[in-house]
Design a protein. Sequence first.
Length: 79
Amino acid sequence: MANSTAAKAIPKVKSEGFFAKIGKFIRESYIETRYKSAWPTWMELRTFTIVVIFAVLVVAVWIGGIDFLLGRLTHYLQR
C-alpha cells in the first residue's frame, strides 16, 4: 500500500515561448536602460566626446608614425 505522506510530484510549469522570451527581454532592457541607468549631462557628454576624439587622434598619429618608420626601414633594408 502507498504511503500517504509521500511527497507528491510537482507539476511542471509550461515554459514561455520563443517570442514571449524575446518580448520580455526587450521590455526589461528598455526599463533598465531608461530608468535604472545614470545618463551623463550634456556638459559631461561633450567633455567625454572631446577626450575620445583627442585619444583617437593621438593613437592615429602613433600608429601612422610607426607605420612610416617601419616602411622606411623595410625600404632601406630592401636596397
